[in-house]
Structure formats: C-alpha cells, structure tokens
Design a protein around this ligand. Structure first.
Ligand code: PEP
Ligand code: MG
Length: 601
C-alpha cells in the first residue's frame, strides 16, 4: 500500500465553479501575472509633455492595429460571435473618457505615458472589481487587458511569450484575459484554472468554444500558482482540481477520461435520430443555443429545431442595448441557418446572476427572487417592444416562436400577449410584412406557474419546462450555490411529480410542451420523461446522441412502466439508483461503456 504523501506533495482537492466540461491532466503552468507589469514611471518636465502625449497616441494606434488583427484571427478560430469581445476591447481603447483621463494625468501630474496609463487603468479597474455585479468585474479584466496592450506598445515590449511546457499543461492564472484565451492553443492545453470570472465571462465562453476543461472561482489560486510544475487534474464537470494526485487518483481520472472518450465514440456508432421509439412514437429532439455561430446547418440533420434560443446573449459583451436592427440581423441569420426548422426565441432573460454592465439595477437581497426574466420586460416595455418588433419582422423568414421567461402569473401573460398583438398591428399598419400568427409561449420555471399550468396554458400556444430554475425554486436551493448543490437534483421526487403534472396538463390541453433545462439532456431522466409523456426534448447539442439512442431503444410502454416506478419512490437516492440501473442496462446492450463516464452527464 502506498503511504499518503505529507506536506506540500500531499494530494489536495480544490473546489471551484465548473465552467467548461471535460477532464484534463498535466503540470501546472502559472501564467505570468499580466497586469501591472514593470513599466517605467518617472516625472517629466513641462517641455516633455507634448512628446509623452505623442507617444501615447502612437501606442494607442499600434494597439488598435493589433486588436483588429487579433480579432480577425479569433474570428477564424472561434467564429464571429465568440470573438465579439475584441470589438469591446476596441471600444474601450477608443473610449474618449479613458484617453482624456490618461492625457490629464500626463499634463497635470507630469508623469510619463506609461505611468499615466498604469494609474488610470488601475484606478478604473479597482473601482470595477469592487462592484458586486460579476459582469462588471469581468469588465475590469477587459480594461486591464486593453491597458496592458497600450503599455506593451509604449515600452515596445513583446507581449509575454509563454514558456509553457511542451507537454499538455494546466494553465493557472488569477484572471484569464479574453485576448489570452483567444491565443490559447487547445492542443497544448489540458485545462484552465482561474480565481475570477464566472460562467458567463468571455474567457469562459472562449474556453468552452475551444473545448478546454476549465474551473474558475478557485480561492487557493496563489497556492496553485506557487506550485508551477506540480501535477494536477482539472475536472470541468465537477468543478474540482486535484493537486499532486496520488497514483491511484491519477489512474482513476485517466480511466474516467478514457471511458468518457470511449463512450462518446460508442454512442456515435449507432443512429440516434430520428428519435422514434421501438413501437413507432416520434419524439422531437431540439437544441439549445446561445450564439448564432452555434447554429450550423450541417449539424442540424434530424434535429427538429432550436427549442431554446437564449436571446440575452445578444445583449452581453457590449456597452449598450442592441438596436432593433442589430437584433433583427441576429434573428434573421439564425432563421436562415435553421431553414425549415422552428426556432423558439426566448425573450431577454436577465437579472438574477445574468447582468448587463450598461443596465444597472439596484442591489437586491434575493436577486433570484427579484427583478428578473419577464418581470424586467413587463416593467420596461421600451426594451421589450424593440425585441418583439425585431422578432416579428424576422418571423417572415422562418418558423419563429416567442417564449417568455420566468412567468409567474396569468396577468403577465395577458399583458405580454396584448403587447405582441399591438406591436404586430403597428408593423402591419406601417406596411411591414408579418405573419398572421406568431405562436407565443411561456417557460414554466416558477412553482406558481407549474401549479396553475392549466390556466396559463389557456392563454398561450405552447410551453416549455425550464427545469434549471424550476428545480431551484421548488427546492429553495440557489442553482449557483455550491453549498446546496446536493439538493438541486432533477431526480428529486418532488421535481419528478411536478414535471409529471405539467406534462399531463399540457397533454389534456392539447398544447405542445417541451423541456429545455439541463434535465432534458440527462440520460438518467430520459426514460422517465418519455414515460410521463414528454415528446419534445431541447438540450445542448452534446447530449443529442445519447438521448436519441435511449429513446430508440425502448417502447413507450416500457418507458411508461419506468416512469410509474420512478414516481413511486420517496427519496432521490432511490429514484437515482433505479433509473441508473435501468439506463445502464440499455446502454450495456448497445455496448456503450457508461458505468463511470455517465457521471459526466
Ligand atoms: C431553465 O431555467 O431551465 C432554463 C432553460 O433557462 P436558463 O437556464 O437560461 O435560466
Ligand atoms: Mg431559466
């Protein structure tokens, strides 16, 4: 038996927030601290002020050229949308207020340009990073990134070249700047660990687009930075880092990673779509989308449509609200790419943990129970009308559905419905072509909506269960709080009963119902949901193969028996044990090695 290692070589597990899925292992490589770096700072005589201003101007111009070039490279690598952050950087660079502050510092404090840039950027970013809003804190990162670029040009230093190891490594840094993330070579990176940056930070979005496992929110980052060269494992699904893994731990992760790969290959070895049960019942599989770049026509074969388009992402990564035309451009692009398939555009769902830096709301004690989702559109018709106009104008180009997030009462739906009707009439009066009917639906995410589902359904054309929020509200367990994560289980008996009740109500009302939360892509839930009568599943593209193959492996009768049994248990543990066994049995017959890797889902 191996003796446990002592002291700094001992295995240590660190917790963070999972931001990009997968398992990666390799030596820790601390990224050089990016800002501030050693820029010369000195006083200048009044006669040297014009020269310093000139140097500043030249450095800004050079930074502008660099950013435009990086943006082009990023577009080629990760697509227009995920590279949008560099437009934000260009805007920061061109911000007259920022430039004036730096110039003022040179003129009035009489310091060289480097010192002026450092001071102003630090001042701004400290102010930003003190804000509660995680998105504003992300803006501090963007600001420092731009500041660093100007400083490099002033000092004519090259951006720090990475002396990264030649093997695949784990990049560790307090903050990952978007421009660093765009430069990352996914072939050499096994994982990314950061102290700051939430799930919606641009660096996180880029890490996901590049398929690199990543964990953020790691408090002990300094410890980790001090351990350059030590072996580590990053589990981007669990949000954990294992430093100095013992040989057994490393072996366990290696086999999990290998099993995960084998499972992916095995799943892809048989047909998944169309998702028709063995006795001929057709189930629609739809996908959830955040960025128009993710709608790839070649990827949509057999997919019934986009069951959830999270439009709030159009509002992120910028400094102002997108105009009606800007929104229209995105909607029309998505519709063209989706072709004949329906696209469910969920209207802006901000508030809670999704904030916009340019739309300040007062701090709330309970943001998840506060001003979020449709409540904002309801109170701010100006915002909502622009979005509805853009959506209605685009709706002649494809099959548009409009869906309202976080609906709580029938009155809200009636107000939204009246507003959509008025906007449509106004467009028609102005001679704009709009279809006679654009279906309007609601997300069922609030327990009140679930309980009054029958009355809500009378007001709308369709509904979709947002299980992520429904679970957090049903179980009173914040979906972003790791402390209560164990409670947030889709297989909790109360969750299953509520979902079952909603499915039955939609079926009696004859209204289409989908489920678009993470639960729709969870293999353990597939058979139970199918057996309860769900016929529309909307999920991240990643899960389609597994869910499709499970549906094709059973008859509706078998799924119904599974659902009945699952609904009869009193505890989450019992439900999970039962559904796990049932699901594994089916996968085993398909020769899919699910045993450990299914925890990835
Ligand atoms: C949900 O709550 O299940 C959902 C799909 O919406 P979001 O995850 O964007 O809140
Ligand atoms: Mg939601």
């Amino acid at each position: 038996m191996t003796r446990p290692a002592q002291g700094s070589d001992a295995e240590k597990v660190l917790k963070g927030i999972p931001i990009s899925m997968g398992i990666g292992m390799g030596p820790v490589f601390p990224m050089p601290e990016a800002f501030p770096f050693d820029a010369p700072a000195y006083q200048v005589p009044p006669s040297a002020v014009p020269e310093e201003l000139l140097r500043l101007g030249r450095a800004i111009a050079a930074a502008r050229e660099e950013l435009a070039r990086i943006r082009q490279q990023a577009v080629a690598k990760v697509g227009e949308d995920d590279a949008r952050i560099f437009l934000v950087h260009l805007q920061v660079l061109e911000d007259p207020a920022l430039q004036q502050q730096v110039e003022k510092e040179i003129r009035e404090v009489r310091v060289n340009a480097e010192a002026a840039v450092s001071t102003v950027i630090q001042r701004y970013s400290v102010a930003f990073s003190r804000l509660e809003d995680p998105l504003a804190r992300d803006r501090a990162i963007d600001l420092k990134d731009v500041g660093r670029r100007i400083l490099h040009n002033l000092t004519r230093q090259e951006a720090p070249e990475s002396e990264a190891p030649s093997v695949r490594y784990i990049l560790v840094t307090r903050e990952l700047y978007p421009s660093d993330a765009a430069h990352l070579d996914s072939n050499r990176l096994a994982g990314i660990v950061t102290e700051t940056g939430g799930k919606a930070s641009h660096a996180a979005i880029l890490a996901r687009a590049l398929g690199i496992p990543a964990v953020s929110g790691v408090r002990e980052i300094r410890d980790l930075i001090a351990r350059g060269g030590s072996m580590a494992v990053v589990d981007g699904r669990e949000g954990t880092i294992v430093l100095n893994p013992a040989p057994e731990t490393l072996e366990r992760y290696r086999s999990r990673a290998a099993l995960f790969d084998r499972m992916r290959v095995a799943l892809a070895s048989g047909p998944a779509l169309p998702a028709i049960t063995r006795d001929g019942t057709k189930v629609d599989i739809l996908v959830n989308v955040e960025n128009p770049g993710d709608v790839i026509p070649e990827d949509l074969g057999g997919i019934a449509g986009i069951g959830l388009y999270r439009t709030e992402f159009i509002f992120m990564g910028r400094n102002t609200f997108p105009s009606e035309d800007e929104q229209f451009d995105v909607y029309q692009m998505v519709l063209r790419r989706a072709g004949e398939r329906e696209v469910v555009f969920r209207t802006i769902d901000i508030g809670g943990d999704k904030r916009l830096p340019y739309f300040r709301v007062l701090d709330e004690d309970n943001p998840a129970l506060g001003w979020r989702g449709y409540r904002i559109s309801d109170e701010w018709p100006d915002l909502f009308i622009v979005q509805v106009r853009a959506l209605l104008r685009a709706s002649v180009l494809g099959k548009v559905r409009i869906m309202l997030p976080m609906i709580t009462t029938v009155e809200e739906v009636r107000r939204a419905s009246a507003l959509v009707r008025d906007v449509r009439l106004d467009l028609v009066r102005r001679g704009v072509k709009v279809p006679d009917k654009v279906p309007l639906g609601v997300m069922i995410e609030v327990p009140a909506a679930a309980i009054s589902i029958d009355t809500l359904l009378r007001e709308v054309d369709f509904a979709s269960i947002g299980s992520n929020d429904l679970i957090q509200y049903l179980l009173a367990a914040d979906r972003n709080n790791a402390r209560v994560a164990a409670l947030s289980q889709p297989l909790n008996p109360s969750v299953l009963r509520t979902v079952n009740m909603i499915i039955r109500a939609a079926s009696s009302a004859g209204k289409p119902l989908s489920l678009c939360g993470e639960m729709a892509g969870s293999f353990y839930c597939t058979l139970a949901l199918l057996g309860m009568g769900l016929r529309r599943f909307s999920m991240a593209r990643h899960y389609v193969t597994g869910v499709g193959r499970l549906i094709r492996a059973v008859t509706v009768k078998e799924a119904e028996a599974t659902a009945r049994r699952a609904l009869s248990f009193a505890t989450t543990g019992e439900v999970k044990a039962f559904l796990q066994a049932r699901t594994r049995e089916i996968f085993r017959k398909m020769k899919v090695p699910i045993e450990e890797a299914d925890e990835e889902f």
